[in-house]
Write a protein that binds this ligand. Structure first.
Ligand code: UDP
Length: 238
């Protein structure tokens, strides 16, 4: 598609589902391939911060549904995200990229605590910052954490990497005539009930005019394409 400007600083949200290759736990081959893509982006000069989900381990709402206490389940979910962070850190460092993991739940032996100004310094030095444990709060999601982190570190855009190539007017798996939006406004997303991120995450973006790009992570090189301003996926903005 048409080229927009290159993004200087981005927040990339990676769902846990992708890390598991569809199953429980981490699929090292998948993480390796994602890390290689991210390394290319960093070498090209853009600053990359990442929020990693944890759906490949535990989702609080699902454990609650099966009888567990919700807040405790959510903490299990958050701890799962940290394992994904460490896997991604490992493969990024193997690519020769400096990284720091910062967690919203303090665990000094494993990662730095979340310190926004320090995160910005890392980015300025060309390090990838990987944010773990979501927002550190039960009842929140890693989508919401990614919107909040993007705003706090001054990212220009929230990149939602998914297993589909954008936002559609209907489910493309069941409706072959479903059309992908190249661009869509926040208003339209709400009005038409389109699925971009959960409501809390979405309202943070809308209230602060943070653009979101939804794109397909499974096509190799797409992260670099998005960061370079190529118009793939769906851009959600004002
Ligand atoms: N979680 C939470 N607070 C947060 C972020 C995550 O309680 O700030 C928990 C929640 O239980 C969630 C789980 O961690 O289900 C995994 O995160 P998420 O579902 O957002 O991961 P993804 O769907 O992106 O893989």
């Amino acid at each position: 598609g048409a080229a927009g400007p290159r993004y200087h600083r981005v927040l990339l949200k990676l769902s846990g589902e992708v890390f598991g290759g569809g199953g429980f736990g981490v699929d090292p081959d998948v993480v390796h391939s994602i890390a290689a893509q991210i390394a290319d982006v960093v070498r090209s000069g853009s600053q990359v911060a990442i929020v990693v989900g944890g759906g490949n381990f535990f989702r609080g709402a699902e454990l609650q549904h099966r009888g567990m206490d919700r807040a405790r389940s959510d903490y299990m979910g958050m701890l799962g995200t940290v394992m994904n962070c460490l896997a991604l850190q490992d493969f990024l460092e193997k690519e020769g990229i400096d990284t720091r993991v910062q967690t919203a739940i303090t665990m000094g032996q494993v990662a730095e605590p979340y310190i926004p100004r320090r995160a910005i310094r890392h980015l300025e030095k060309g390090r990838v910052v990987i944010f773990g444990a979501g927002a550190g709060m039960p009842y929140f999601s890693t989508d919401t954490a990614s919107a909040q982190r993007a705003l706090e570190i001054g990212a220009q855009v929230l990149l939602m990497a998914k297993a589909v190539d954008g936002v559609y007017d209907d489910d493309p798996r069941t409706n072959p005539d479903a059309k992908r939006y190249a661009t869509v406004s926040y208003q339209e997303v709400l009005h038409k009930g389109l699925k971009v991120a959960d409501a809390t995450a979405f309202s943070l973006c809308q209230d602060n005019l943070l653009p979101i790009i939804v794109f397909n992570l499974l096509e190799h090189g797409n992260i670099a394409r998005v960061v370079e301003g190529e118009r793939i996926g769906t851009l959600v903005s004002n």
